[in-house]
Ligand binder design. Structure first.
Ligand code: ADP
Ligand code: ASP
Ligand code: MG
Length: 921
């Protein structure tokens, strides 16, 4: 076993040699140095790379791997004596636990349980650093190299975080061993940071060495916890196994053959069915500690999976799987059950940071599936990334199935190189990208117009200045000569990528995508669609990016009939409608795929706005608690401008002509309008005609069934007749529930004023019954039907029989009116008796006479067997006499007033809208 002196020599050896950390090959050290390190197997020793710095570049790789691995903490067998062969293949299951999964002691215990519950024969578990630790480590470097001496306190925090976690989890020898390693590591880091502080600079190797400690600690903690549960396990410092070659684009390329050999070797000395390995960290071929770069633990797991030819790699994180878009940006995002390797790669490349983009390549080579799962929700099955099965290929031909997900990359700039001198000149593109490469910038997408007039590409914003300078200088002459007109930088851009295996080859997908962007009023700055057929990439301004993402996402993922609604006027009718919507919403969504979201409710004083939809079971309370000062323009902007719901409807439940005056504008903006408010259709003729003309030209809908006869199908019946070519001759009806009641009950048993009082008592009249008796409400209904039938009349063209006696029209109050009304009973009694004598009844009707091009509101008499004479209660009745229905008019009859039926009429207009927008019928 290792001697104490060996361990001391290792720990007290200078940290990592400057050459090594600078990435330069070192002078060969005396060979005798190695055995000391190799034999330093006391379990309490820190796994400092100090043991490995004296690498001999001249040594053959195989020799090298022999010397390196030996610093493993708990090698308890003589290396030379016992070599166990690594069994590769399906018996292995690889897990990777992200930072949040091991974020505290409780979570580490939970991870241990999950690992132990996996009944695979062999398990290799890759762990990230505890959440935030890698950031803390990078921060140490930043502080030290900017000579901010608070790095010392920051390091104390790192120590404390791990110490307290260890105290929670471990005891006895395990605890002592871990704490002693931790202290040793922290001391080394202190010395190293001090050096960085003095130099005012940290090399990449220094940085990688420092930041990788989080994984060393978390992996050891987890392995101790598993062991404590009586399960045999080994922990692996992956710097001894994973060998990667740095590239110049902030990436590393794994050396698979070398890593595989090292893994075999490592395993032969540390055989175990449960291995806990560090994510993120690796070594260069010269054994310099390095990392797989930010978020690289996913990549570590994939490499391990490939080296072991594992059955599956499970990536445990804090979301239920890969969503169709970043769930932090798109609340509506849905979990994708499966993704192909290519789709997953594209999603992650374009910013879905749930997976490191390079994770796919190693596992794809061996067809190893990756499953993304949520450690906080074990009931979710997660997302499986694998080769698409044939059945899924044939899955469905729905548009949605061609687009799997959307992702975005922010902080980009576009560079546009333009000029007539570019066309047909070979080598221009190469010269441009040569210059870009020289400054080490990473080109994320390229788009070139086929005229070759311009080349445009996106680079990270922080690199654009250098790129622009390089291009200016590279093309100085061409710019001067005018062959190139400009090198233009467009800052503050984002990329939005739509990903789906077959989307680019499917007609209509990109049209739909661009249509969604256009509808959301988003300007597309550049487009690229590679031949890969896996993605379409668009560049938009950064400020538009989230809106763009939501717009396209909703177009492909939300029900096509998701409608954002704004309810104006939550009075009696408005609140009844909200109740009906509340009761019916779930059924509509489940059975008819109609998703109605009330995004705002506004009264005249306050309004309630919501980002994703108001909870209709408590809108009144919410309006009280969270309501803001009503502002109609802001309200409309909010409901319509949400950007992620494809359709907007404003439902005007007021009787206000000011609100009605906005309809034209709303329709022009593509907002559908539904209303029981009669003011727009009975207002000035020119405005009405303008409104209807706009409605006819556009695909924006304006429905107003409830303006006449509440929920009775009157406007729609009339339209149906007209559209099918019937000719309307006459429309005649009892359009007022109140006046219907009064005349149905004025049969001689009681006086006229008594019947009016009774109607008032029963709540059938307006608070001031003169509003009903004046006939203006009926007049508005008549003009609406007259105009609908094609008559170009003003409201004033409709004469009205005003039932309010002349002297009472100016009475001060409703009470005074009611008091004086009996004075006029005699006149009414006389009328009634005359009618009776002629075998008739009195009725108050509206008439549209298409033959005479006129309309009227009048008190009329009807034969006792006429349908109008049979009416009871507050029913409305409307008779359409047409060329087809000449002998027997078409009659619509039923309750034509009251909040429930009026709200029902509005609701059916909303559903009509949904079906016009494509809902199933
Ligand atoms: P870990 O530390 O476990 O590796 P990450 O933070 O790297 O976790 O990745 C998970 C996070 O990725 C999620 O919390 C989520 O916010 C984000 N994310 C971005 N895009 C997506 C997407 N399309 N699907 C799922 N998560 C996404
Ligand atoms: N801990 C590393 C990071 O935060 C690697 C990882 O967690 O994937 O970047
Ligand atoms: Mg991650």
């Amino acid at each position: 076993m290792a001697s104490l002196s060996a361990s001391i020599s290792c720990r007290s050896s200078p940290l990592v040699s400057p050459q090594a950390l600078l990435g330069e090959p070192e002078e060969p050290r005396k060979r005798s140095h190695f055995p000391a390190c190799r034999r330093s197997v006391l379990s309490h020793l820190p796994r400092s790379p100090a043991c490995r710095v004296g690498v001999l570049p001249s040594l053959r790789r195989r020799d090298l791997s022999k010397t390196i691995h030996a610093s493993v903490t708990d090698v308890s067998v003589d290396i030379a004596m016992k070599e166990v062969q690594l069994p590769k293949g399906e018996t292995w299951s690889v897990h990777k636990f992200g930072g949040t999964c091991v974020g505290n002691s409780q979570r580490i215990k939970n991870v241990a349980n999950i690992v132990m519950k996996d009944d695979s024969e062999r398990k290799l578990v890759v762990v990230s650093a505890m959440s935030k630790v890698t950031d803390m480590m990078y921060d140490l470097i930043d502080k030290a190299q900017s000579r901010d001496d608070t790095y010392v306190f920051a390091l104390d925090n790192v120590l404390e975080k791990h110490r307290s976690t260890a105290l929670d989890l471990l005891e006895g020898n395990d605890l002592a061993t871990f704490l002693s390693q931790l202290d040793g590591d922290i001391n080394n880091l202190k010395a190293m940071l001090r050096a960085i502080y003095i130099a005012g600079h940290a090399t990449e190797s220094f940085t990688d060495f420092v930041v990788g400690h989080g994984e060393l600690w978390s992996a050891q903690l987890l392995s101790f916890v598993i062991k404590k549960n009586g399960v045999h396990c080994k922990w692996m410092d992956t710097r001894e196994v994973l060998i990667v070659c740095p590239t110049n684009s902030d990436q590393v390329d794994p050396d698979f053959p070398e890593s595989e050999q090292r893994l075999e070797k490592w395993y032969s000395q540390n055989p175990s069915k449960t291995i806990i390995a560090t994510g993120f960290i690796a070594s260069t071929p010269y054994n310099i500690p390095t990392t797989l770069k930010r978020d690289g633990s996913d990549f570590s797991a994939a490499i391990m999976g490939a080296l072991l030819r594992a059955r599956q790699v499970t990536i445990w994180t804090d979301v239920d799987g890969v969503y169709s878009a970043d769930p932090r940006k798109v609340g509506e995002a849905v979990i994708l059950k499966t993704l192909s390797y290519q789709e997953a790669w594209e999603m992650s490349y374009f910013g879905a940071n749930v997976l490191h983009p390079r994770t796919i390549i190693p596992v794809m080579r061996y067809d190893i599936p990756i499953v993304i799962r949520n450690i906080f929700n074990l009931s979710a099955t997660g997302t499986k990334i694998c080769r698409p099965s044939v059945s899924e290929d044939d899955d469905s031909h729905k548009l949605e199935s061609y687009v799997k997900g959307f992702a975005t990359i922010d902080n980009l700039a576009l560079v546009n190189v333009e000029g007539t001198g570019m066309a047909g000149v070979p080598g221009t593109a190469s010269a441009i990208f040569g210059a870009v490469k020289d400054v080490g910038a990473n080109v994320i997408m390229i788009s070139q117009a086929s005229s070759e007039h311009s080349v445009c590409f996106a680079v990270p914003e922080k690199e654009v200045e250098a790129v622009a300078e390089a291009l200016q200088s590279r093309f100085r002459q061409a710019l001067h000569a005018g062959r190139l007109s400009k090198v233009q930088v467009i800052p503050n851009c984002s990329i939005l990528a739509a990903v789906g295996q077959k989307m680019a080859s499917t007609p209509g997908v990109s049209a739909t995508l661009f249509n969604a962007l256009a509808k959301a009023n988003i300007n597309v700055r550049a487009i690229a669609q590679g031949c890969s057929e896996y993605n379409i990439t668009v560049v938009v301004m950064r400020d538009d990016c989230i809106r763009a993402l939501r717009a396209v996402h909703s177009r492909f993922y939300l029900s096509r009939t998701t409608i954002a609604m704004g309810i104006i006027g939550p009075g009696l009718i408005g609140s009844t409608l909200l109740e009906q919507l509340r009761d019916q919403a779930a059924v509509l969504k489940e059975e008819f795929n109609i998703d109605l979201r009330v995004m705002g409710i506004t009264g005249s004083r306050s309004m309630l706005l919501s980002e994703a939809g108001i909870d209709l079971s408590k809108w009144k309370e919410l309006l009280k608690e969270k309501g803001e000062v009503a502002d109609l323009e802001k309200f409309v902007q909010h409901v319509h401008g949400n950007g992620f719901i494809p359709n907007t409807v404003l439902v005007d439940c007021t009787a206000d002509s000011v609100v009605a005056s906005h309809y034209y504008n709303w329709l022009r903006r593509g907002i559908h309008v539904i209303t029981p408010n009669k003011k727009a259709n009975s207002g000035p003729l020119d405005q009405y005609l303008k409104l209807r003309a706009l409605q006819r030209q556009s695909y924006t809908h304006y429905f107003y069934e409830a303006t006449v006869g509440a929920g009775l199908p009157i406007v729609s019946t009339l339209r149906g007749l007209l559209e099918t070519g019937d000719k309307i001759l006459r429309i005649e009806g009892i359009f007022s529930g109140t006046l219907s009641y009064i005349f149905n009950n004025f049969t001689g048993k009681r006086s006229f004023s008594e019947v009016v009082a009774e109607a008032k008592q029963a709540g059938y009249t307006e608070p001031d019954p003169r509003d009903d008796l004046s006939g203006t409400d009926v007049q508005r209904k008549v003009i609406i039907l007259a105009r609908e039938s094609g008559l170009k009349l003003e409201l004033s063209d409709i004469p009205v029989d005003n039932l309010v006696p002349e002297p009472l029209r100016t009475s001060a109050s409703a009470e005074e009116f009611m008091k004086k009304l009996p004075q006029f009973d005699q006149k009414w009694t006389k009328k009634l008796e005359e009618a009776k004598a002629a075998g008739k009844v009195l009725r108050y009707v509206g008439v549209v006479d298409l033959l005479k091009h006129r309309g009227a509101v009048e008190q009329q008499t009807y034969e006792k067997d006429h349908p109008f004479a049979q009416l009871s209660g507050t029913d409305n009745i409307i008779a359409f006499t047409t060329t087809r229905y000449r002998e027997q008019p078409l009659i619509v009859r039923g309750p034509g007033a009251g909040a429930q039926v009026t709200a029902g009429g509005i609701f059916s207009d909303i559903l009509r809208l949904a079906s016009y927008l494509g809902a199933p019928s």
